[in-house]
Design a protein around this ligand. Sequence first.
Ligand code: HEM
Length: 180
Amino acid sequence: MQFPKARRPRRRLRDPIHEHRSFHRTESRIAVAGHPIHAMLVAFPIALCVSTLGADAFYWWTGDPFWPRVALWAAGVGFLMGILAGLAGTAELLLVPGIRIRAASWTHFILAVMLLALLGANWGIRWGDPAAAVLPWGFLTSLLATGMTGMTGWHGGKLVFDYGLGTQADHDDSPRGERN
Ligand code: HEM
């Protein structure tokens, strides 16, 4: 004779981070009327990094000494605006509990610091002789920095649009399949 198996209560996996009381406190603190300053500032390093690459490519193509000066200025202003954006982002990271608690925020921070180092290098190598610095190292550094900008920017967008960081939205960042 076979006895029915005793039913054991089903145990669900618990994510202690998700259950932490500060998990949903993601609203931006470094903001103007609720609009995060970091998001406003990042447009500058992104656009100026791509502009540096464009100026390098135009110099390679035309040999016109105007372009290395454009690249020098674009790289410098891009780096300084990147530092400002990074300071706003870092303040957000440290001050907002729901941002600080997520591993993804720290991934973005690490990517961003590597990017800022590249942007600084791309400016520094042009100081002495901007035209001589373009080929090959200026161009290659611009290319690498543009790729890194794409990754950092994409990941920043993920923080906002997937996790709702910096927003007031009542978001749900449970794995995609579990969303209802
Ligand atoms: C250095 C430290 C940085 C930290 C700690 C940081 C942190 C953050 C945080 C917390 C957010 C979520 C939105 C918010 O709360 O403002 C964000 C968004 C974002 N970040 Fe950063 N960030 C840093 C640097 C950068 C840099 C250098 C870039 C340039 C590529 C960048 C690109 C972005 C983008 C594109 C978004 C999405 C903005 C939006 O669409 O609203 N971040 N970042």
